[in-house]
Design a protein around this ligand. Structure first.
Ligand code: G1P
Length: 175
């Protein structure tokens, strides 16, 4: 069975997630962005691992990250890890689509998230940011700065995200 809300105005990714609030209620939930494909050539365990860590560490936010070259940080939400970023790391902050100079790391959001319902409260108070849209990254920032805990998980070695929102990787994904 599928349930879906309709986002009748294009107010951004954060707003789209907020539209799901009546369906999700007060449960933890996963956000998987449909324009990024994982597990295309080999099955991906990333979401399973994220849920395990979410439960084990009792955090509010878990985000999947992929290391990207400098020139690509401007297309993604970027992690500001607390200390050196191993396979799993604590999030100090996040920034949406920074310039290379602003980027605190090369770790880009790989389109999968696990959230506690605290994110809804944060989204309620998040004003439009980059591109005048309500950004999910800004709401995560809000949860973290209010004392919530967030962690990042890197995709496994050799695992790739295909961002089909750009021509090159669209064709790589479906070639
Ligand atoms: C969205 C998010 C961004 C994230 C990306 C992942 O951007 O705002 O933080 O890195 O998805 O694919 P969009 O692809 O909507 O520009």
């Amino acid at each position: 069975e599928y349930f879906y809300p309709r986002q009748s105005r294009q107010l951004g990714l954060g707003h789209a997630v907020l539209c799901a609030r009546p369906i999700v209620g007060s449960q933890p939930f996963v956000v998987a962005l449909g324009d990024s494909i994982l597990g295309l050539h080999t099955p991906s365990k990333i979401v399973e691992r994220m849920i395990e860590e979410f439960e084990r560490r009792d955090v509010d936010v878990v985000v999947a990250f992929e290391e990207v070259p400098d020139k690509e940080v401007v297309h993604y939400g970027i992690a500001h890890p607390r200390g050196p970023a191993g396979e799993i790391f604590e999030l100090e902050d996040m920034i949406e689509k920074p310039s290379v100079d602003e980027a605190p790391s090369n770790l880009a959001v790989a389109a999968r998230y696990v959230f506690s319902p605290a994110i809804f409260e944060a989204l309620d108070h998040t004003s439009p940011g980059k591109a005048e849209e309500i950004q999910l990254t800004d709401a995560i920032q809000r949860v973290l700065s209010a004392g919530g805990k967030g962690i990042g998980l890197r995709l496994e070695k050799g695992e790739r995200r295909f961002d089909i929102g750009n021509f090159r990787s669209f064709f790589q994904a479906f070639a």
